[in-house]
Design a protein around this ligand. Structure first.
Ligand code: HEM
Length: 196
């Protein structure tokens, strides 16, 4: 209930009418970090050994590690809020596709950095994050830790970028074409008619 003219504070937890402050902060904060992370990957692919690539690539391990920690927190928070989350909009087939798309996004957000971290931990060259040495250099490379990352980190990273592009396109379609509440639940937190 709210007093006319006054806005009730945004809830921290998710509600069926919209996402809470924690989910929205994690979502948009991670979106910014992913934009940064993909910038470093794209520059590495198209402009290796340039100054701008050197700058962005020097952050790839630390930002990637941060994303890995955040996605684990976000997954735990999502599970804790599962029963309160807004349902997907649209016909049943579209809602099912949205559920599968989000599952694939989560799976790749976990698997892509995990493969790279295991490789970095097992390649014998050591692993530093924000200047902190998490794994000391030295020792023999461990093929079981290195090979999966070599085979799949880059490929699955690009696959994640394609899914993220699809996710953005669908969010814009909901907001601009279908004009339903999907986008405002993640921006303002509540459906327009629920904001008083
Ligand atoms: C969600 C986080 C991450 C994303 C989306 C991501 C994405 C990518 C992509 C798309 C590439 C391919 C670049 C190319 O083709 O030149 C790449 C390469 C690479 N990434 Fe990441 N990365 C992430 C996290 C990490 C982390 C945490 C590490 C280190 C611990 C790391 C280390 C590397 C390395 C060494 C390469 C070059 C070798 C390779 O292609 O596998 N990445 N990353």
């Amino acid at each position: 209930m709210s007093i006319a003219g006054a806005q009730s504070p945004a809830p921290l937890a998710d509600q069926p009418s919209g996402y809470g402050l924690v989910t929205r902060t994690l979502h948009w904060g991670m979106a910014l970090l992913f934009a940064w992370q993909f910038t470093s990957a794209i520059l590495r692919a198209v402009a290796e050994d340039t100054a701008i690539e050197g700058f962005f690539w020097s952050t790839h391990y630390s930002v990637g590690f941060t994303l890995w920690v955040l996605v684990l927190l976000r997954g735990a928070w999502g599970l804790a809020n599962w029963s309160r989350r807004p349902p997907h909009e649209g016909p049943p087939l579209l809602a099912r596709a949205a559920t599968l798309g989000h599952l694939a996004l989560y799976a790749l957000m976990v698997v892509v950095p995990t493969l790279a971290i295991l490789r970095a931990a097992g390649n014998g060259r050591g692993f530093r994050v924000y200047g902190i040495q998490l794994v000391a250099p030295g020792g023999e490379p461990v093929p079981a830790l290195v090979a999966p990352g070599n085979a799949l980190h880059g490929f699955l990273g690009w696959t994640l970028l394609v899914l993220v592009a699809g996710h953005i396109a669908m969010a814009l379609w909901h907001g601009l074409v279908r004009r339903d509440a999907t986008l405002s639940r993640m921006t303002r937190g509540r459906e327009p008619q629920a904001i008083r």
